[in-house]
Design a protein around this ligand. Sequence first.
Ligand code: CUK
Ligand code: CUA
Ligand code: CA
Length: 618
Amino acid sequence: MSEKSRSDKKGFKRRDFLKIAGIAGVAAAGTGVILPREKIFASSKRGKKGHLSNEVKPGELDDYYGFWSGGHSGEIRIVGLPSMRTLKRIPVFNMDVASGWGITNESRKLLRGKYTGDTHHVHGSYKNGTYDGRYLFVNDKLNNRVARIRLDYMEVDAIVDIPNVQGAHGLFPQRYPKTEWVVQNSEFQIPVPNDQTNAAAFDRPKQYYGLHTIIDAERMSIVCQIMVDENMDLAATDYKGKYSMTTSYNTEKGVTISEMLASDYDYMLIFHWGRIREALRKGKYKWISGVKVIDGRKGHSDIVLRIPVPKNPHGVNISPDGKYAICSGKVSPTCTVVDLDLVDRAFEGKIKPEDCIVAQPEIGLGPLHTTFDGRGNAYTSVFIDSTNVKWNIQKAIEAEKKGPEEKKKKEYIIDVLDIHYQVGHIMASMAETKEADGKWLVSLNKFSKDRFLNTGPLKPDNDQLVDISGEKLRLVHDGPQYLEPHDCIIVRRDIVEPRVKDRYEMFEHPLAVVKSGVERKGRNVTIRMTSNAPVYGLQEARVKKGDRVTLIVTNHDEISDLSHGVAISNYNINFVIAPFQTKSVTFTADKPGVFWVYCTNFCHALHLEMRMRIIVEP
Ligand code: CUK
Ligand code: CUA
Ligand code: CA
């Protein structure tokens, strides 16, 4: 017998099996040998000249979970590193018809009618200065919200609205001892409150304010807001649980671009958490729009330290040893290094705010964001030059001490990598933790300029992967990205992977369906339905025109990967249910007729037959 006919014979056998077993609900899940996951690391092997290898062969898994903000797509993306393969999209402040986000009752309850968003900063929850793998937090600059993603299901479980702000931008969780607070900055100054009761302020920009919001990470509710004159851009927290910090580029309170650029200096603002707690204890706040607002304006409290930094600064990042806060000049070619031990003394009034600055190295034109390798080096993205600049923090501090002649030599600069093209954020593996490992760096470039096949006027971004394990930066990969991630974090796989579940806890959902059936209460009809490949628990359901129908579906298949879809023809309803998941939709049966409900997600050899009818009687 030839090889060909032998395999044909095997194929027939398999089809025979499906004919019998299919209807009985036996899943068509693969029966291939599954290797233990721990054993198939890409493991950052060393190749030629000690370089890291970014090759992840078929069957191997990535070493890192990358979590990308999705910018004005409103979502989050999971990217495996070093392969740079996009693994999943997590819908957040958007609608996603593939999963049903924004369509199901469960997601609509979280989104509360707002289906657009602009995610810029995604960060993980912490314990003792490193990720604990429990949550991600992400901002919505557009509709001024913060969402939490639980990492066991990789889906949003809470969204909190931030009152009194616009341009909800920089976000950072508490790093030590664990994430109890998350801070969130408002980039646009507005009247506070911004409603008819305060109409006198609408035409008086000097009466516009910025707010540093503190969110309770567990409850996802607002602890308080600190009101300041300044706008606030990026956010960071220290490694001791004492401070949060931000940069302000509009200390001028300008409303036009030239007004915002009027001054040569703006501020890095540092917030004193002990004094915030004290103000809360002593009741030193006002209730505005239902939240406690503490006055942190100049001359009104000692909660905020204002360190003058040149000009229209952007990113602020903390070195993994916890010693320095580094912000970028944006309009100035410098980074400013602030010593956080000196900040203690400045808050005590022993030194001036500007004396906390220990170095101001010249990096390049348009420095934006800084990341770290855990070996004392910083890497700054430089937008106008289109470079990633590696520089040594201690060398920059020493040069500053020795004076301008020494500084001019720029010996603190170790390497400059041309990137392609116009970089925004930059992030190294584990760099926002004390476990920064200095292996990989991602340069999130806003322009891809000829790096990919031409896709029309609207081009992809270019996420470049750089090996930073050696002295020099080594570009190894271009990764196209749909508009427009701003930031990412790169988390070691062993932190996340043990927490990720293959199926839901079925009865976590209070409406989980055990038995299929139709129940009527007046004009309200509830259709409860299970799913087991390749059948729904009901073959038909009858309702009357004008009924308010709630369809609740629970997937009883427990095999991982075995998700079903539920789409109702001509009723604009479409969602999927993963193993043991329950989702529901509510709609008015306004069109009489026969409407096929079908499975959209290829689940079984008889996937196409997986359907049922809803009959809407006139
Ligand atoms: S911002 Cu986008 S490049 Cu919103 Cu983090 Cu700096
Ligand atoms: Cu169930 Cu396709
Ligand atoms: Ca300014």
